[in-house]
Write a protein that binds this ligand. Structure first.
Ligand SMILES: C[S@@+](CC[C@H](N)C(=O)[O-])C[C@H]1O[C@@H](n2cnc3c(N)ncnc32)[C@H](O)[C@@H]1O
Length: 242
């Protein structure tokens, strides 16, 4: 496990103000419903259609496969998986290959066309596709033992309700792997491309606390990603046993 020392509060405040000035502002300015509709339209359209290719070119898709294989997530032992904001199936494809053949797999996304694109790419009838909003997951309490949520919570102005939903549907002892855009220079560029916000590690950690998810192991795709502070915040939380 690798940890980072949180920046000092005054420096943190200055950085936060600067970041807020340069990153995409629409997420904070638009009413929630209007913003969510604009996100859905973005992914329904040509940008969403290009997502799979973008993930291959940026190496995001193979790198997440490497992380899932080597991160000690015990994927072959788990029985139920939820991939929140599954997009083009970049994470679900790996779960499909690594999980046991009788595991239950659910792809969940705001955008119907994205779910369709993932089905066409994965060419498998195993993952069930469910459309909806992360802020209200249509699943029973404690129904999954591994949840992935890659590059989605940056589409929530306030991450706490979404994280609480993830915590609610996660079984005690189960884990969630969250990947989120960090408040770095590349993260700011991403915020404009994908109309989202960014997070500092301290900010995301306090949202985890508020949602009752213990901030756990942090990962970097490679030592180069860690050195250059690129690749985003990759963090695991394991729900405590009751
Ligand atoms: C950048 S893509 C990430 C795709 C994939 N998880 C990955 O790791 O590359 C973000 C996805 O999250 C979905 N999304 C955005 N906001 C959402 C929300 N509130 N609820 C569910 N899905 C959402 C989008 O439709 C899109 O498919």
């Amino acid at each position: 496990m690798t940890t980072t020392t949180p920046p000092k509060p005054r420096r943190q405040n200055k950085t936060r103000t600067l970041r807020r000035l340069v990153e995409f502002q629409g997420i904070r300015k638009l009413p929630l419903l209007q913003y969510r509709n604009s996100v859905r339209k973005l992914y329904d359209g040509p940008a969403g259609a290009a997502l799979a290719l973008a993930s291959l070119v940026s190496l995001h898709e193979p790198l997440i496969g490497r992380l899932l294989r080597n991160g000690g997530f015990r994927i072959n032992e788990r029985k139920s998986f939820l991939d929140v904001g599954s997009g083009a199936g970049q994470i679900m494809g790996h779960l499909l290959r690594m999980s046991s053949p009788d595991a239950r797999l659910v792809s969940f996304d705001l955008s119907h066309p994205m779910l369709k694109r993932a089905e066409q790419r994965l060419k498998s009838d195993r993952p069930i596709s469910v459309a909806g909003d992360l802020m209200r997951l249509p699943f029973a309490d404690e129904s999954f033992d591994f949840i992935t949520c890659g590059w989605v919570i940056e589409h929530l102005p306030d991450p706490v309700p979404g994280l609480k939903e993830i915590s609610r549907v996660l079984r005690p002892g189960g884990s969630v792997l969250i990947l989120a855009t960090e408040n770095s220079l590349p993260g700011t560029v991403v915020s404009h491309t994908w109309k989202c916000r960014t997070y500092s590690r301290a900010e995301l950690q306090s949202a985890f606390d508020a949602a009752g998810l213990p901030w756990g192991r942090q990962f970097w795709f490679t030592p180069v990603h860690r050195l250059l502070r690129i690749g985003g915040i990759l963090v695991e939380a394991t729900k405590p046993l009751a």
